[in-house]
Design a protein around this ligand. Structure first.
Ligand SMILES: Cc1ncc(COP(=O)(O)O)c(C=O)c1O
Length: 450
């Protein structure tokens, strides 16, 4: 039986909701013009997200450096929006670095925080004097060997692996940080600018604990004669993709039969956060670190810059993915599979995508069909290539040629696999709602165009 459960409609800002509800035909034109699946971006939304975070930091008088984590969505339009709003970019590969440079970013606006950098990536970062977060003593040695003899001072951060993340392969425990500092003391071509960490999960408490650990190491580094001026807390700010109450109700009510696998996944990305990223940041700055000091108070007293690399929180509401349905096939008396030209994402993490896609029919149905339940599959020949194992309920039967639209949660969980194995081009287009004639327009989101 089709279960009309607790739905998970996405929270959409009005420009996006208007496009989906009032300008359906336009979406079909755009999908035909640019291709499908189409990533549509709204750079102004990223600027708004950035302004909200900056507002919190400025109000608390916290010196800061925000870098957009371009891995969240590699759209040139979004990267350009971050640069034009005086943010920097966190580049995680040579390719992202090249894009950033072509968009006009100089090294002072760039940081590379990823753990597994190639020599070519190191060289390109050194060439533009971008900030490099060093993940391990091994990376430090590689970097030193790659430095030209007459190099100026290359700025680096050392990535801490906080106690709470002792099983993580990213970053270094405190004793390895001290080992790196000893090595740096004899290496004049590198400048130690401070510490970095990036934690999985979204809990403020873990950030506060990591900040306290970083504070001890900053004090130790200063005793050793260094002048660190930054603590970088990485990304991982929360996002409100769906209404919190609905999200909780959904989690509480879901049952194994809601999944075609007959199994509820063990964990989910928190699609329905209670707090906005700005409120989360505000509370982090107010949180007590130790000896009654707030995080903001500690940073001010020590003259430290708070750096961060939010990816999805800055791209929130700034992108949707539009899929053209290629086939709808019955797999049971009341169940279907919907094929789209895409490839698996959350289900590869043994998790699930908990936002309901919105159906935009190509033509109005002539007969009213009963609600239909279906799961979403990618186009490859792998049985595991499933985008959503969850049975989705559609009030009218989806048909080939209809569009499914959904907020793009983040390239790292969503589109990162888009071209690697099955070569599906995933074009980008920039949408603008404010045009002289009033209606939305789109244009290709490529470096030449933004
Ligand atoms: C080192 C680092 N920084 C920042 C980010 C961005 O995280 P988020 O998109 O959750 O803000 C990531 C994402 O994986 C990361 O690995």
């Amino acid at each position: 039986m089709t279960k009309i459960g607790h739905g998970l409609p996405p929270i959409l800002r009005s420009a996006t909701a208007d496009l989906l509800t009032k300008y359906g035909p336009l979406l079909f034109d755009w999908a035909a013009r640019h291709g499908s699946p189409l990533n549509l971006v709204w750079p102004d939304a990223l600027r708004e997200n950035l302004a909200a975070l900056k507002g919190v930091l400025t109000e608390r008088r916290v010196q800061h450096a925000i870098y957009y984590g371009a891995k969240g969505n590699k759209s040139p339009g979004l990267m350009q929006a971050a640069l034009s709003a005086s943010a920097g970019l966190d580049v995680s590969s040579l390719y992202e670095l090249r894009d950033a440079r072509r968009l006009g970013a100089d090294g002072a606006r760039l940081v590379a925080t990823g753990p597994a950098k190639t020599n070519a990536f190191h060289q390109a970062l050194i060439n533009c004097n971008a900030l490099i977060s060093v993940d391990s003593p091994e990376e430090l040695e590689d970097l030193i060997h790659g430095l030209p003899a007459d190099a100026g001072q290359q700025p680096i951060l050392l990535r801490l692996r906080p106690r709470d993340q002792s099983k993580s392969r990213f970053g270094m425990p405190p004793d390895a940080i001290v080992h790196c500092l000893v090595r740096l003391a004899g290496e004049g071509r590198l400048r130690f600018d401070g510490l970095h960490f990036h934690l999985s999960g979204y809990r403020r408490e873990t950030r506060v604990a990591a900040l306290s650990e970083a504070a001890d190491l900053i004090a130790e580094a200063r005793r050793m004669g260094f002048f660190p001026g930054m603590i970088d807390i990485g990304g991982g700010l929360p996002i409100q993709y769906v209404d919190r109450a609905r999200y909780d109700a959904h989690l509480a009510a879901q049952a194994p039969e809601d999944y075609r696998t007959g199994k509820i996944p063990d964990s989910f990305y928190p699609y329905g956060s209670t707090l906005s990223a700005a409120d989360w940041l505000h509370r982090l700055l107010e949180a007590e670190m130790n000896q009654g000091r707030s995080v903001a108070g500690y940073l001010a007293r020590e003259g430290l810059t708070l750096a961060m690399e939010p990816g999805r929180a800055l791209a929130d509401q700034a992108a949707i993915t539009v899929f053209r349905i290629s086939r709808v096939k019955a797999v049971g008396p009341d169940s279907h599979v919907i094929f789209v030209s895409f490839s698996a994402c959350e289900t590869w993490f043994a998790s699930e995508f908990l936002i309901d896609p919105i159906l935009v029919p190509a033509t109005k149905a002539t007969v009213q069909s009963p609600p239909v339940r279906a799961y979403l599959a990618g186009h490859s020949c792998l049985d595991e290539d499933v985008i959503s194992n969850r049975w989705l309920t559609f009030p009218t039967a989806p048909r080939a040629g209809d569009l499914l639209d959904t907020p793009t949660p983040a390239a790292t969980r969503w589109t990162s696999s888009k071209t690697s194995s099955i070569a599906i081009p995933c074009p980008l287009a920039s949408a603008s709602s404010k045009t002289p004639k009033g209606g939305p327009i789109s244009f290709p989101d490529t470096i030449g165009e933004v």
